[in-house]
Design a protein around this ligand. Structure first.
Ligand code: AMP
Ligand code: ZN
Length: 118
């Protein structure tokens, strides 16, 4: 999927509505439309890279990955799941279960997580 047709790029541009919970220069965080936990937020880099591997091929990789984890950690505090605990997930590629080919972290919390994941 190219940038123009990418769902998350369209959300970042404001062409598709989403519930925004955080935005800064590098990152947008939105509520997942199909939440898998009481708190389910997607933390998305504003520049289009499909996967962790694609991100690593860019000069901005360290900044981008730091910005994603930094935002996820701050949001965990703001959304009240820092103390109880939470999970951060990146699905990557077909067997990883990735359905939107724009890198994103899932921040999940508000219920007991189980291991191993499905
Ligand atoms: P993944 O399967 O890891 O690629 O995650 C994609 C996530 O995007 C899924 O959890 C979907 O529920 C979520 N999603 C799909 N469309 C939207 C949308 N329009 N707004 C918010 N979240 C979405
Ligand atoms: Zn994109």
């Amino acid at each position: 999927m190219n940038k123009e047709g990418c769902l998350f790029c369209r959300i970042i541009r404001g062409d598709v509505p989403a519930t925004r919970v955080h935005e800064d220069e590098q990152v947008l965080a939105i509520r997942d439309i199909n939440p898998q936990a009481p708190v389910h937020v997607l933390v998305i880099p504003k520049d289009h890279v499909a996967t962790i591997g694609d991100s690593l091929e860019t000069v901005n990789a360290p900044n981008r990955l730091f910005a994603l984890f930094h935002a996820a950690g701050k949001l965990a505090v703001e959304l009240g799941i820092q103390r109880s605990g939470y999970r951060v997930v990146v699905n990557s590629g077909a067997e990883g279960g990735q359905t939107v080919d724009h890198l994103h972290l899932h921040l999940l919390g508000g219920r007991q997580m189980v291991w191993p994941p499905g």
